[in-house]
Design a protein around this ligand. Structure first.
Ligand code: IVH
Length: 677
């Protein structure tokens, strides 16, 4: 019997299945089969195509791996020009745009569609008889580069669609997620290659690779934001932009899920404000919102001036980047003795605040980016995080810049500085280093630790200087008389300090563990440890193996916990804490407080980072009251991640697994909806 016919049928069936699962996985974020099962399907198809090469089609999902290098890109002429957008920067400019549109439409009512403005590259994708056939960059708006082979490797672009018009074009933005961007830069750093400045540059670099096998490894994604031209097909083209987006979604394209229809300017402003605060939690970079007149007929009426349509505008977020001069590099001694370089900058406004210092992380960071003293540098401040130096503006170098060298000695105590093999940071290993001691105490008294109000910077420094406090436990033995003897402390404030110290003895175990300042143990790990061991005695007795059974704790963290509790000096501090009456065990577990109304039943939450508006325990309680469960590590069962400021690795993990990610604003909004805020 002819073997080819059954092979052809099987190949077609496999393609159908693989395309279906691709769509579930990449576009809908909700896979039905395991990665292994998916790989098996792909493997079977590859084998068939290898045996019957004439069965191989350009739209086969096996072709996503990329083709051998092209000489250069061909040119594609756009049938409709690819336009750009006008910008507005505040609500007054937006109102002026809105008014102009209203005027041109002679008072006729009009709806608006609000979308995210992706910071990537525009592409045009042409489908012929349901098959992705040509993909091009924007180019000069009229002619772009033919990057079809590269775009075929982008998994969120369907290679095949069913039921659409005979020929049509869609437009969208090719982007790199923040997570992929980080991954690529880490890889480049390892290979000693120059780093990409932002996801947009990195996406552009990836899309314009001559070897599409490289593009395939980059993890590019696409969001489709418009239907272009349409040819053939029975259904009339949709009458509104909103409907065309729904149509595109039903054809299997990935359309941004956070769209909104608005009829008033206030609604547009609310959408803008919402995403201004939530954008840090988005997996991709958005640099504003795009507002588009919904009706196609009205769009046509409004027309285009130059290259900008009158019917749409971009309402930009305030830029979170700026350029300024790097005046000097200073060194901060960290609580564990690390010498952390930081940038002293000519003050510059970024994202609404004036920045005069930014972190430079460590020696490698400075070397990899070739940051020199005197450089013009790009400063970024995203969300709540500490300002960062992205890199130098090489075009503005004068030759007068100076390379930086880490100091040979600790700037606080003069002890020789050392960079242990395998570590990124230089350290001062003198445990009696005053800067280190001060940082340790500061950490101990801080909000996420013992929360001793009034014992911050200045008071603490005075206590250290007066020799009252050498290790954190000493604060519990400071007397009223000693405090009064400190220059700046009046009777009343001394009493406040004493009260705060006394109150801190009742801090939850997780905070006490965090306060100890164990290397590699932050607030989150401390919480996991408290939950598992329920007392400091149990924790200090745990071996490394047992420690590693706690979620998120690996060999490195386990080793530093064990080392901490082996240390004589640390043991002495713990003993002093015990004598001072600090509670070193968890409170008995309270019965779960659930309410009668359980809209979050079945939801599995995980919290990460710091919430500004409430303590972690409070947030957990409210979730439980609504019927939700709270776990400590992100697993496939996790449905929601609440990410506060400075979120940990859980955020990336949650995104990988497709959990819903809420930032604080979204979490509060959800609580409010159920009367829990
Ligand atoms: S609509 C009207 N929608 O912004 C024609 N563009 O400055 C403009 N962009 O080249 C396209 N997100 O690369 C549109 N939701 C969105 C967008 C978006 C990002 C980009 C696009 C365009 C540029 C215009």
């Amino acid at each position: 019997m002819n073997e080819r016919e059954p092979a052809r049928q099987r190949a077609a069936a496999l393609r159908e299945q693989i395309n279906y699962h691709n769509h579930r996985y990449y576009v809908l974020d909700s896979p039905e089969i395991s990665d292994a099962e998916y790989d098996a399907l792909l493997q079977e198809l590859r084998a068939l195509e290898a045996r019957f090469p004439d069965l191989l089609t350009p739209d086969s999902p096996t072709q996503r791996v990329g083709a051998p290098p092209a000489e250069a890109f061909g040119t594609v002429e756009h049938r409709l020009p690819m336009l750009s957008l006008s910008n507005v920067f505040d609500n007054q400019e937006l109102a002026a745009w809105h008014k102009r549109v209203g005027g041109l439409l002679e008072g006729a009512p009009f709806d608006l569609v609000c979308e995210h403005k992706f910071d990537g590259l525009a592409v045009s994708l042409v489908y012929q008889d349901g098959v992705f056939s040509v993909g091009a960059t924007r180019g000069d708006g009229y002619r772009g580069e033919d990057v079809t082979a590269n775009l075929r490797t982008v998994r969120t672009i369907p290679l095949q669609v069913k039921g659409g018009p005979r020929r049509f074009e869609v437009r969208g933005e090719v982007i790199l997620s923040k997570a992929q961007f980080e991954r690529i830069n880490q890889e480049r750093a390892r290979q000693g290659m120059p780093l990409y400045a932002n996801p947009r540059n990195s996406a552009a670099g990836s899309l314009r690779q001559l070897d599409s096998r490289i593009t395939a490894q980059r993890g590019l994604e696409v969001y489709i934001y418009a239907l272009g031209w349409v040819e053939g097909g029975d259904a009339p083209a949709p009458a509104t932009h909103w409907e065309s987006l729904q149509l595109l979604k039903s054809l299997g394209f990935r359309v941004n899920p956070h769209l909104a229809l608005a009829t008033t300017l206030d609604e547009v402003e609310a959408y803008y404000q919402e995403w201004l605060s939530r954008r840090v939690a988005l997996p991709y970079q958005a640099d504003g919102i795009v507002v588009k007149v919904n009706s196609r007929a009205q769009q046509e009426r409004l027309g285009v001036v130059g290259r900008e349509p009158r019917w749409a505008t971009a309402y930009k977020f305030p830029s979170d980047q700026a350029t300024t001069r790097l005046l000097e590099i200073g060194i901060n001694v960290g609580r564990t003795g690390t010498l952390n370089p930081y940038a002293i900058l000519e003050p510059v406004r970024v994202g609404g605040v004036t920045v005069s210092q930014a972190t430079l992380h460590n020696e490698d960071y400075i070397v990899e980016r070739d940051i020199r003293i005197g450089d013009w540098v790009i400063v970024q401040r995203a969300g709540e995080v500490i300002p960062q130096i992205i890199g130098p503006v090489l075009g503005r170098r004068t030759g007068g810049e100076r390379r930086f060298q880490m100091p040979a000695a600790c700037p606080s105590c003069g002890h020789p500085a050392l960079r242990p093999p395998g570590e990124a940071a230089w350290s001062c290993l003198n445990s009696a280093c005053p800067a280190q001691q001060f940082r340790k105490l500061e950490h101990f008294a801080s909000k996420g630790a013992m929360d001793i109000k009034g014992v911050g910077g200045a008071t603490l420094e005075a206590m250290v200087r007066a020799g009252l406090v050498k290790d954190p436990a000493d604060v519990y033995f400071v007397t009223r008389e000693q405090l009064l003897a400190l220059e700046r402390l009046a009777d009343k404030s001394a009493q406040n300090v004493l009260d705060a110290i006394a109150r801190s003895k009742e801090r939850p175990l997780a905070n006490v563990i965090a306060a100890l300042g164990i290397l590699n143990v932050g607030e989150e790990t401390a919480r996991d440890l408290a939950e598992r061991f329920r007392s400091l005695d149990a924790l200090s007795a745990a071996g490394e193996e047992e420690l590693q059974t706690v979620p998120n704790i690996g060999p490195k963290v386990a080793a530093s916990i064990a080392a901490f509790f082996r240390d004589e000096g640390n043991r002495a501090v713990l003993e002093k804490l015990r004598q001072a009456g600090v509670r070193l065990a968890a409170e008995p577990a309270a019965a779960p407080a659930t309410g009668p109304f359980q809209p979050w039943k079945g939801y599995q939450f995980v919290l990460t980072g710091t919430l500004a508006s409430m303590a972690r325990g409070e947030a957990e309680q409210r979730i439980r009251r609504l019927g939700g469960a709270v776990g400590s590590s992100v697993t496939r069962k996790t449905t929601h991640l609440v990410a506060g400021a400075a979120p940990g690795s859980k955020l990336e993990r949650a995104r990988e697994l497709g959990a819903t990610v809420w930032d604080e604003a979204a979490f509060l909004a959800a609580l409010r909806q159920h009367g829990q805020a």
